[in-house]
Structure formats: structure tokens, C-alpha cells
Design a protein around this ligand. Sequence first.
Ligand SMILES: Cc1cc2nc3c(=O)[nH]c(=O)nc-3n(C[C@H](O)[C@H](O)[C@H](O)COP(=O)(O)O)c2cc1C
Ligand code: SF4
Length: 430
Amino acid sequence: MAYPYTHEKEVRLLSRGWGDPAARTLAGARAMGGYEGLAKALELGREKVIEEVKASGLRGRGGAGFPTGMKWSFMPKEKRGPHYLCCNADESEPGTFKDRELLRWTPHQLIEGCLIAAYAIQAEHAYLYCRGEFFEANQVLARAVAEAYEAGLAGEKILGSGITIDLTVHQGAGAYICGEETALMNSLEGRRGLPRVKPPFPAAAGLFNRPTTINNVETLCAVPHIIKNGGAWYRQWGSEKSPGTKLFCVSGHVVRPGNYELPLGFPLQELIYDVCGGFREGRRLKAVIPGGSSVPIMSEAECLDCSLDYEGVAAKGSMLGCASVIVMDDSTNIVKQVRRMVDFYAHESCGQCTPCREGTTWLSRILVRIETGRGTEEDLQTLLDLGKQMTGTTICVLSDSAAAPVASSIQKFRDDYLALIRQGEAVGAA
Ligand SMILES: Cc1cc2nc3c(=O)[nH]c(=O)nc-3n(C[C@H](O)[C@H](O)[C@H](O)COP(=O)(O)O)c2cc1C
Ligand code: SF4
């Protein structure tokens, strides 16, 4: 199959069907075994579904890597009113483009995952909060939801059982912060997408103040496969603490950028040089950001023996996040790249917390000063101090996310900063 790029080392579990228009339809999804997991879940019963997901070791793919089965088990067992499931399809982290593909190519895989998750947590309504800019994905998803209703897979008495689960596709209105789970719930309630102070956590008081679970698209897409084949089966890939397959979004200076589904623990070097074809002639690796723009940057030396699982990347002082691997070759001006990322966070800060609202703006101003040859060495210390004040002091971690690449780039690519400060000379042009 010719999905932009594929590789023989991939394990195409979630991405099977990408590039094939038939996979978007209910008939096509069923031909690939779709909705068999849902039927099995209803046979197993709620408790066993949660146990199976726990046994698989599946960890949330939205960035934090929190164990999914454990998250589901936090929902109250006794029901005193509605429970809700929210599918987080607001994907807008720079460098991340995996959920969009799951939405546009295999919407029924996601719908099945939502139905199983909603059943497990006793939710009668699942909201799919989809990034508004994903015009095509929103249309494909809405069509697939209508097909699911027509076939008796969603709505009242799903698959002839006594269970009712409604599905609503909600189009986001274009703010990165609406991907943060509590801001997402505010936005769904028709309010401004401002993150809420935690606790209370969503399992206690979430959407409409009711017990709620929020899961990422990729997390939910893995669920039907786990229920159909068993938690132990899923563990054939990955490591003890990071089992399963993962979609890696590779962008930047590699020859074949794109989405690749690989077992967790896949070596970073192999991803860059084998799967993605390495660099343009005459160029070599300079830096990698392994988990979207919100995690510490890694130097070439740190990339040498790095395995791409939650622990492997943490051992190198960074985070796997949502596995958006941004690769930079030696033509890169690190200061410029970091400044661009900081500008993104400054633009997307919701403004509730002073360290974030003011800090992101000041980080950007100082970085621009350095980038344009007007900086001083004291500026580096100011950036580090500012970053410290922005970390762990705010309602959500957007603030920490903005500070992380700045601090790590000063630590690891100090010479790039100093070259601009001392001579105003450009380090790389990209
Ligand atoms: C600023 C910010 C933006 C986020 N954006 C997303 C997003 O677009 N998609 C997503 O799934 N999670 C996003 N998250 C993480 C969610 O808050 C939440 O942890 C996740 O959806 C939980 O799903 P999981 O347990 O399946 O990973 C974001 C978090 C923060 C702080
Ligand atoms: S850290 Fe930033 S984005 Fe998050 S709540 Fe505070 S101001 Fe808003």
C-alpha cells in the first residue's frame, strides 16, 4: 500500500487501512474485523473489559502516558447520574499529525473504541471533540457516526443489547488549549476553553460536573484490538512498562518524514536513518525533539542509543509525549527554532496565570533579541530564571511546555546562543 511512506519494520495495527478509501466505510471496517471487539466487550462485561485493558498495559497516547485501564477504574462504580466519555481529537501540538490520520482513514476504529470505553465506564454519551481545522476529518467522522447509528451500533440498544450509548461529534473552534482536558470540557459546555484547577479530577467532577473520562484518539483506537485479542496479545510489542505499538510522527530534515507505526522501544537511530532514510547529502544530525514541541530537546550524543519508549526517552532527560519526533540537521539555527516554538505558546496561552501569560511573552522577546544579534550573556541566565518561575506554578502545563525547550537548548546548544551574542553571526540558516 502506498500510504505516503510505509516501511517493512512497521507493525500496522492501528494504521492498517490508511490510504485505502474503503477503510472509511462501515462495510470496509467490518471486512477488517471492525466491531468484533465491541461485540466481545458486551459479552465480557464491564469489569473484565477494564481488567483486559489494564492487563495490556496500554498507556494514554495524548502525551502523559497515564495507564488507561487505571484511569477507567477511577470512575465511580455506583451510578448516581450520567457518566461521560470525551474523546480528545483536538490534536494541535506542533509536529503532531497522527490523530488526524486515524480520524480521516479509520473513523470506525475510533467509534468502536469510544463505544467500548463508554460501556466500560458506564457512560451513556460519548463526545468526540474534533479540532475544527480538521475539515475533512470532521466530515468523515460525522458520516461514520451516522453509519454506526443506522447499523444499530450506536444509540439505543447497541448490537441488540440493553445498552444505550450516544455519540456526538463536536467541532472545536481553533485553540490549542482546548486539547487540555479540563479546557476541553469547558469548551464542550459552551464556555471559554480555560483549564480548570485540579482537583477535582474529571473522574470525580468533569463534564457538566459529572464523572468523566477523557482519552486521546490513538488510545481509544488501540482498545478494540486489545479487547478482541486480549491484553497479553498486545504485550508482544514494546517493553514491560511501555507495551504495544505507537504512531511516531516524524517531521523535519529527514528524507521520508511521515507517520510510522512501530513497537514502543524502537531505536531512535533506526527510525531516523533506516525508516526515514536519513538526511540530505552532506548533512548530519544536530538535534531531536522526541515528543512534540513541549519537551526538552536532545543533542546528537543523547540520540545515539535512545530507545523510543516512555522510560528510554526519560533516561535521556526528555519525554516521549505524543511521540512527535522533530528531527533537525546541522543547518538548523536552534535559537530560531526555539523562538518559533515559544511564539506558538505565547500565542496560545489562555492568559489565566501570570507566569504563563507574561513569561511566554518575555521568553519570546529575549529570544528575538538574541536571534537578531542584540543579546547579552546575561540574557541566558534571565531566560533560565524565567523558565524556572514558569514551571510548576500554573494551572496547566502549557507554561512548563514553553520553558522546557528554552532551558534544554541553552544547556545543550549554548554555543549557538553565544555565537549570536558575541558576533551576531547566524548559526545555520534553517
Ligand atoms: C496544553 C495542552 C494541550 C493538550 N492537547 C492535547 C491534544 O490535542 N490531544 C490529546 O489527546 N491530549 C492533549 N493534551 C493532554 C490531555 O490533557 C489529556 O491528558 C489526554 O487527552 C488524556 O488522554 P490519554 O489518557 O488517552 O492520553 C493536552 C494537554 C495540555 C496541557
Ligand atoms: S498555564 Fe497558561 S494556558 Fe495553562 S491555564 Fe495558565 S495561562 Fe492558561
